[in-house]
Design a binder for this molecule. Structure first.
Ligand code: SF4
Ligand code: SF4
Length: 429
């Protein structure tokens, strides 16, 4: 695509990067077929190609974002399904990230929207605050259908996603020693939401790693990876969170990997090198940290895992989280691990389409998110599985809100099969 940025505009490294991306796009439209929002409504402006065009116009003319552009960029899930489909290698993720920052800097959202976004940005990345918010949501949860009926869809979406039981305490900083001779040492990114909503995910991760001789460190000072605010265009906050984590992780000695079991966070940590490429104090360390980041399934795939018991013959519908399959291109390892441990693994048809979770998307865009969930649940239930497995708490929560099938994290099944406890979601089934 031809672009007409001035030399002065290209002096800005973010604009220079976006120009490179825009030039790579040949407008062929292959990406439209895999874009969930285009598949739902067939609106070109809700396709990657349409959004790329809107972003080009906005950046090239140095225009403040308009309400119309914001609608279509906000509807993008950042699921990245358009990236593997693109024959020209267009790096849509970095382009839309830049567009979101431009929107945040140049567009004043309506008051309600500003307040909602500020609340999400000040609650979700902080497990203690998030825990209090979940306690407050518990008694209001039965009101979700009523709130939906009177048009308060975002509030209703938040209540639907809140768990029915009280939230748990997040894990504190500590080291979990390897069982037997130590064969490796990793830092675990505990995540902001995991411990509060589903502590069994980190428990299973720690159990399976330590059982296989890996010491697991949860260092003091690591917080949110920054992805939540990054996807809202609040770049200063995202970069501050990234820098704080980099400071802590680089001070640890002898780390083989930073293990991440929330694939949305994994995609962001793997991008720290790019996000901080122009910061001389952090660029080199950020790239090193990105190189150390591994999804838990990637790390476990290199360990000699064996089934420790006779497992019941269970059919697992494996939902490949967008951030894992498109963002990190990790698709094979989780399925191979499950199959090796005795599960019958089924791919979900149209598995490239997002379930509608996408960070805070299911709260900010409840209509698209609900329709994507319904579609996903239909395709999963059509497989008649015994359970659903996914590698991201966001997908697990989103899908579980629309089906009676138990939904678990892949690592819970791996832990169970290698000698750990049965996942809590399967105990009742
Ligand atoms: S597939 Fe790639 S090159 Fe073609 S329109 Fe989409 S982003 Fe552009
Ligand atoms: S990231 Fe997902 S929703 Fe956004 S344009 Fe690409 S495919 Fe469509």
């Amino acid at each position: 695509m031809q672009t007409n940025f001035t030399l002065a505009q290209l002096a800005d490294p973010d604009t220079a990067e976006s120009e490179k991306i825009l030039r790579a796009c040949v407008h062929c439209g292959f990406c439209t077929a895999t874009c969930p929002t285009y598949v739902l409504d067939g609106n070109e402006l809700d396709s990657p190609r349409g959004r790329i065009y809107l972003i080009k116009e906005m950046l090239e003319h140095d225009r403040p974002a308009t309400a119309d552009v914001v609608v279509h960029i906000d509807r993008c899930l950042s699921c990245l399904a358009c990236m593997p489909t693109c024959p020209s290698g267009v790096h849509y993720m970095h382009l839309v990230d830049h567009a979101r920052v431009h929107i945040e800097n140049t567009y004043e959202r309506p008051l309600v929207e500003r307040v909602l976004r500020a609340v999400l940005a000040s609650l979700l990345p902080y497990p203690q605050r998030f825990r209090l918010a979940l306690f407050a949501a518990l008694p209001a949860k039965p009101l979700a259908p009523l709130l939906e009926a009177i048009g308060l869809t975002r509030l209703a979406a938040m209540l639907r996603l809140a768990p029915w039981r009280g939230p748990q305490r997040p894990l504190g900083p500590q080291t979990f020693p390897a069982a037997g001779a130590r064969k490796g040492r990793v830092a675990l990114l505990a995540g902001c939401v995991n411990d509060v909503m589903a502590p069994q995910i980190n428990a299973a991760t720690i159990a399976v790693l330590t059982r296989h001789g890996i010491e697991v460190v949860l260092p003091r000072g690591v917080g949110c990876c920054g992805s939540l605010v990054h996807h809202m265009g609040r770049d200063d906050e995202a970069l501050a969170q990234a820098r704080a984590n980099i400071d802590v992780w680089t001070a640890l000695e002898g780390l083989d990997a930073i293990v991440i079991n929330t694939s949305g966070c994994g995609t962001t940590v793997k991008d720290y090198g790019f996000m901080l490429r122009t910061d001389p104090a952090y660029a080199e360390r950020a790239a090193r940290i990105s190189g150390l980041a591994k999804d838990v399934s990637e790390y476990l795939a290199a360990l000699p895992l064996k089934p420790a018991r006779d497992m019941p013959q269970l059919t697992v519908a494996y939902h490949s989280a967008c951030s894992l399959q498109h963002g990190q291109r990790v698709n094979r390892q989780p399925k191979e691990l499950l199959a090796k441990l005795g599960f019958v693994v089924k791919d979900v048809p149209d598995g490239h389409l997002c379930c509608g979770s996408a960070g805070t998307y299911n709260i900010l865009q409840p209509n698209f998110a609900r329709r994507l969930r319904e579609r996903k649940v239909r395709t999963i239930e059509g497989l008649r599985p015994d359970l659903i497995a996914a590698g991201n708490i966001g997908c697990i929560t989103q899908i579980a809100a629309g089906t009676k099938l138990p939904a678990v994290h892949t690592v819970e099944l791996i832990d169970w099969a290698t000698g750990g406890i049965r996942p809590p979601a399967l105990r009742a089934s």
